[in-house]
Design a binder for this molecule. Structure first.
Ligand code: F6R
Length: 240
């Protein structure tokens, strides 16, 4: 693990983009693994800024995302697919047909998990962006998820539901389930870029970097990944 501590959120985002840009510069058809949530928004802003400056193109780039809420999909305001369009895809020249997220509105969720797993097995993600839950989750793999897991439907924990309530009018509106890449899918990426900001992530970052590798802290598996960056601000690093 390469742990990089930055002064604040903006520096964390700029440093994250340095790692992302190396990948984008090394091949024009990179496959990106992307995340939603508040943490990667600064990285996506850097990606958009550099695209607008004419330094990088996403024409041949494709992407997969970690997860989606059950019941949410294209056109739904709170869906992760709309989040990705609003915060990145609509501002660069990526072909939307080359972007993929698990669909939370599929009639047969097991079939959707199978489709996504088959897709992930057929590609090799060059860089996977991750945020981290206050409880150490990556994707929506909550504590206790087997390290061997692949795309599955998840019951969100109370902590995750209350953490995510800030994006909704009330906690009752927060979906209680999601479809998420499994931990094995995440670990298959060639490079991992986990970002964290704020004191509410400090315990999870400590357990991820310094704790034992245990399914109780899903992100701790990243200690075993051969090319993993943990880029955090001082607040998230405060317990290291
Ligand atoms: C999002 C995801 C989640 C978030 C995590 C942190 O696609 O898979 O694991 O990365 O919940 O969320 P934020 O960044 O909002 O603190």
């Amino acid at each position: 693990m390469k742990v990089i501590v930055c002064k604040n959120y903006d520096e964390m985002s700029a440093k994250a983009y340095e790692v992302m840009k190396e990948v984008l510069s090394s091949k024009d058809n990179a496959i990106l693994g992307l995340a939603t949530g508040s943490t990667p928004i600064g990285l996506y802003k850097e990606m958009i800024k550099d695209y607008k400056a004419g330094n990088v193109s996403y024409k041949n780039v494709s992407s997969v995302n970690l997860d989606e809420y059950i019941g949410q999909g294209v056109g739904d305001e709170q869906s992760y697919v709309e989040f990705m369009r609003n915060n990145l895809f609509n501002h660069v020249d990526i072909d939307l047909a080359k972007t993929d997220l698990p669909c939370g509105k599929a009639e047969d969720m097991q079939a959707e998990c199978d489709r996504y797993n088959a897709k992930l097995a057929s590609i090799s993600v060059d860089i996977q962006v991750l945020g981290i839950g206050g409880n150490g989750h990556i994707g929506f793999n909550e504590p206790g998820t087997p390290f061997g897991s692949v795309t599955h439907v998840v019951d969100l924990t109370e902590r995750t539901i209350s953490d995510n309530a800030r994006f909704f009018n009330s906690i009752e509106e927060v979906p209680t389930q999601a479809i998420s890449m499994g931990i094995k899918n995440v670990m298959n990426a060639k490079k991992i870029l986990l970002l964290a900001s704020g004191t509410n992530k400090a315990d999870a970052i400590y357990a991820t970097v310094k704790g034992e590798v245990t399914e109780t802290v899903p992100a701790s598996i990243l200690q075993l990944h051969p090319d993993c960056y943990i880029i955090v601000d001082e607040a998230a690093a405060s317990k290291l």
